[in-house]
Design a protein around this ligand. Structure first.
Ligand code: ADP
Ligand code: NA
Length: 336
């Protein structure tokens, strides 16, 4: 079993990014590598140029994301951790696959419609073709499984269609060039809401820093932010159903449950009847305890540019070696 998964490099990482995305990778790595499978995780820096972007920010975010991933538990010795741009095979295979991908298939991609908005004519060509790059990202490594959220299902279907047509048109049944990857639906990721507004997602784009716990926040900052988090005056209920209609309370209890790796009902069993004066310090302590090791490593690593570059260089070397046979087979199959 081989899993390939990419993430867009972003800066200002927060608790939502950790619980909603990064932690799933760490789990996959820990499960898969211990059972003899392997994981390739990449920073999708080639994808990032499909939208308007600032070059200096992109390279800084790529390093920041690597620092966060390693601090959160991605082990570059057990997983292959790299950025697309350092593995030219991604861009090369993407071009080879554009001969097979059909205009009609890409025209059906709803993400392009969503992201290009009303200004279809002004969208970059990369925004239109990036599902083909995504196909290359996974086909290049003979991925057997690709974790996909609801919004990416259609793109994985496209990757399978491209692989199948390419195999049909250019390879024998006995020696297909590409493996058709199966989707794995990641365990339902926690959706973390803003500490200031229970109806808004915790996000780096929120102008108020008090709305989120950043992975760079120290213990005092975390305690302060939890203390100031918006709540209501009611005591906590004894069951999850009692949190309906209390968005802020629900969010804080939900954060406690995922951090303690337990259920909302189990948390409420401990805190039923108590107010936030009792709950908030407990939540703050829990966050500090769980995030302190991540925070220490992250803060140290993100300023060690040489170490981050070395991790990416080593990962790219591993990835290039793994990609070479498939890329060569694709060229050869096409008569190139
Ligand atoms: P932001 O909203 O801060 O801009 P991004 O859109 O860059 O975050 O998201 C990066 C990854 O983190 C995505 O996989 C996204 O699903 C996850 N993520 C971001 N915010 C949250 C959140 N509040 N709760 C859960 N997951 C989140
Ligand atoms: Na966002």
């Amino acid at each position: 079993m081989r899993i390939v998964s990419g993430i867009q490099p972003t800066g200002n990482l927060h608790l939502g990014n950790y619980l909603g995305a990064i932690r799933n990778w760490v789990r996959m790595q820990d499960e898969l590598v211990s059972t003899g499978g392997d994981c390739l995780f990449f920073l999708a820096d080639l994808h990032a140029i499909s939208m308007p972007h600032e070059p200096a920010t992109l390279s800084a975010n790529t390093r920041e994301m690597v620092a966060a991933l390693v601090a959160c538990g991605i082990d570059p010795d057990r997983s292959t951790l790299f950025n697309q741009a350092q593995v030219p095979a991604h861009a090369e295979l993407q071009w080879l696959l554009t001969g097979t991908a059909r205009m009609g298939w890409l025209n059906r991609m709803t993400q392009f419609k969503d992201k290009s908005g009303k200004n279809r004519e002004g969208a970059s060509i990369a925004l239109y073709t990036y599902p083909v790059l995504q196909a290359a990202d996974v086909l290049l490594y003979q991925a057997t499984h690709v974790p996909v959220g609801e919004d990416q299902k259609q793109h994985l279907e496209l990757a399978r269609d491209i692989a199948q047509k390419f195999n049909n048109d250019f390879a024998s049944e006995a020696a297909p060039v590409f493996t058709l990857p199966d989707p794995i639906i990641p365990p339902e990721a926690a959706r973390i809401m803003s500490l200031r507004d229970g109806s808004a997602k915790m996000s780096k784009s929120d102008p108020s820093d008090m709305s989120r716990i950043n992975l760079t926040d120290d213990a005092d900052t975390i305690m302060q932010k939890v203390k100031k988090a918006k709540t209501d005056p009611e005591p906590l209920p004894s069951e999850a159903a009692g949190l309906e209609g209390r968005a802020e309370a629900k969010n804080l209890v939900g954060i406690y449950a995922v951090m303690a790796q337990t259920s909302v009902d189990a948390v409420l069993a401990d805190f039923a009847g108590k107010g936030f004066g009792a709950f908030k310090p407990a939540l703050g302590e829990l966050l500090v305890t769980k995030l302190a090791p991540i925070n220490d490593r992250f803060v140290e690593l993100r300023q060690d540019r040489a170490a981050l570059d070395a991790i990416l260089k080593k990962g790219a070397e591993k990835a290039r070696t793994l990609a070479a046979p498939t890329l060569n087979a694709a060229y050869e199959a096409l008569g190139l």
